[in-house]
Structures are given as structure tokens and as C-alpha cells.
Write a protein that binds this ligand. Sequence first.
Ligand code: HEM
Length: 457
Amino acid sequence: MSEAQASVASRPQVKPSSLSRTPWSLLDLYRRLDRDPLGTLTDVAREAGDIVEFHAGPIRVLLLSGPDHIADVLVKQQRLFVKPRGPLVAARVLGKGLLTTEGPVWLRSRRMIQPAFHRQTVARMDSAIVAMTERHLARWRDGEVRDLTEDMSALAFAIAADNLFGADVDRVHPDLLKNLTRAMRHAHHRTKAILRWPGWLPTPNNRAFLLAVRQLDAAVTDMIGQRSSKDPPRHDVLATLMAARDAEGKPLTTQELRDHTHTLLLAGHETTATTLAWMWQLLGSHPDAHRQLEQELDGVLAGAPPTAADVDPQRLPYLNAVIAETLRLYPPVWVMARRAAAPVELGTHTYPAGTWVVMSPWVVHRDARFHPNPTAFQPERWLDAGHRHALPLSYFPFGAGPRLCIGRPFALTEMALVAAILLQRFRFTLAAQRPAEVEPLITLRPKHAIRATVSAR
Ligand code: HEM
């Protein structure tokens, strides 16, 4: 038997099950999904299996929760799937950026943008990330109570704007973060709402949304405009985008630059900000892990500012394990979707073109088959190479395959640098030791602000 045949034979032959294996009707399911999407997806997967099929009117939807099937969709058979276009209202903000395009348009952009996110390119951003973090921490006062959710959001946004586009948002565009957050929150609520006023009606929400998008456009156009006259030239993502040429030697148009800037600013701050916020929540409620991390940082860095080379898993394994464990428990992108563009085989069945596929890192990351004691915060599990390499798609906070997160190296480097500096400078005690509650919006946010007393070390 060849290796390939053996691997097929050893795959669990999971039969698709339908919603009838669960105690809920379709209407129940929708109500529950609306109230508690994470709990509902988890319950459906645990009750009915790794492939669960349901029908929303004429649309066939599969919830996939087995690593093998997820690998089929994201990697092995990825050519047979497309990424759904996303809600129109999100497209209004993100235009034809990487998140919202498909096929040749996506591929052309991905090829033009990819060099800006190579590991070596990102490593050169370390001193700028450290400097921006130091600047933000200089505002912290010993003994004060801080809202770490808001702090991480402002910091991650400033780091993204500075490193990606050379913009000092604190000084030049103080409203940018507020507007971007407001625009995407509105996009989320419009997507979820079953009954909604048309987007052109001048309701207060629609007006606020349009205003936010206009302000954002103006700020981004300004960033791009200023760049042409920048002296000396910078070597950041915007510079790479402006210098990039496609296979026919054509540069990106102004509209394309704007769309990519919006997309990268949004995808590049919200995800890292929420992960860092969750990390403080987890470390704050696990003093042993907090202490162990502090000891590792003190031992390796001896008080010096960290570099990209320092935050490598070989040098700071526990720091990287804490980040991996945070992303396991609170994956910012908690659900991904694809639509079959042709008939596809999953498990023992063939599904027609048009079938929707939904995969949730939240559900899979909390499955005891792949991560023993799944709800516990145990960074040590990632120090075990056996666990790290066990089943690749049982852990996919950054997705997988050709549409793997382009910002992964940037995100991992940034989060490790920020965490290292913060823990070198401050200890913190959570203001409330209540269990963390999640709010699954576009990313998985903490429902309540994470507040902590910070004490200088
Ligand atoms: C903790 C941090 C982050 C997480 C967990 C994360 C997660 C993800 C995931 C799961 C996807 C794939 C979605 C899918 O396949 O449907 C994705 C795509 C993407 N991410 Fe990230 N991301 C993070 C940080 C970043 C950063 C820092 C940037 C930019 C600076 C970024 C930019 C993007 C873009 C542009 C895409 C679309 C890529 C494509 O389709 O070609 N992300 N991200």
C-alpha cells in the first residue's frame, strides 16, 4: 500500500449527519445561533459529528469540525472552493482588498503584497514596534487602573499604521481608529440583522456609517498622498505596494491602494489587539504562568529591549507557548466560510456545487480529541513537539493553504515584542476576577473591558 493510500485508509470515514441528530429544529438552531453562535456551533459539532449538514432554504450548509475535512477544504481541494464575497456593507469599507476578492484579482494582489510580509522584512520592523510600544507605555502610571482592551487596541492600531504605512495616527489621524471600529461594528450588525432598514435611508446608524467611511477614506487618501513627497523614502508596506508591478508591469491603481490600505489596517490591528487583550486576561487569572513568563523574559533578555531574533521560539519558548495557547482558546477569527464552486468529495459523500462550508477554529480548538483538557489554559502543551505537530488542522488560528493569513509573521512578531516589553516594565492585577465572557463580532472580543491595576517593576 502506498503512503497516500495508507493515509486515505487511515482517515476516519465520517458519515455526514444532519441536524436531526441534534435535539433542535432549524428554527431553534437559528435562534440559538443568533443568541450564542459559539456555544451553538460547539453543541452541534459535539452532538452530530465532524460533518453536519443543514439546509437554509435552498442552501446546503456543512459545518466541518474534523481536521481532515478542514484540510480538504483549505488546502487539498482548495481549488474547488471560493471565499464568499462577504456582506456588501463590508465591501464598502474593504473594497477589492485581499479579504474580499477571489480568483485572478485576488492572486494578482496577493503576489504584489506578499513580499512586504516576508519574515525577514517583518524582522526589520522590530525596533519601530518596540519604540511605539515604549511610547504608549510611557503614559502608564504606577498603581493606576487601566482598560487593557482599549490600550491594546490603540497600541496595535498605532503599530499597524506606523509599520505598514508610516503614519503617526496618534498625531495625524486621531479619529481613524474610532471610525474604523464604528464602520465595522455597523457592518457586523447589518449582516446579522434579519430586519434592517435599507442602507440608503438616513437612519442614525446608516448616517454614522457613511460618515465613518468618508472620514476613513479621507485619512487614507491623505496617507497615500503624503507618501509621494516623503523624504527620505521609507521601506514599509505602503512603499512595497506603491513600487509593486503585476505580471504586465502595471502598478496598483489609487483605488486599489486605498482598498488594500483599509484591509491591512483593519485586519492588521483588530486581531492582534484582541489576542493581546485575551493574553492579559489569561495571565492575570493564572499567576503561575504569569510568573514563569516573567522569569523566562528576565533570564533571556536581562532587561534589554527585545529584538525579532529574541522572540524566536528557540530563545523564548514559553512566551511563544503563551501566545499559541491564547490563540487556541480565543481565536480572533472564530469562523471561516467557503462555497463549493464544483462538486466536492468530503468524507464519504459528494456534495454539489454551491454547498456552503463553515469551519470554526473555536469549535476545533476546544475539542478534547485534539487538545486534552481543552478549556484549560496550559501553555506547556505547546512545549511538547508531539502536540505541536500532531494534527495540523486541529489548530488553525491563521487559516491554512493559499489564503493563509498574509500578516501571520507580522502578528506573531508584534505580539511577542509587545508582551515582552510590557512584562519587563509592569506587573498587573486584574480589577475583577470574573470569568471571561466573549463577544463574537467580526473578531472574538472580550465582552467586558479587561481592567487591571498596573504596577511598575
Ligand atoms: C492574531 C493575529 C491574526 C489572526 C489570528 C489572523 C487570522 C487570519 C485568518 C484566519 C485568515 C484567513 C481567513 C480565511 O481563510 O477565510 C486571515 C487572512 C488575512 N489576514 Fe490575518 N490574522 C491576524 C493578523 C493579521 C495581520 C497583522 C494582518 C496584516 C497586517 C493580517 C492580514 C490578513 C489578510 C490581508 C488576510 C487575507 C489573506 C488572503 O486572503 O490572501 N492578519 N487572517
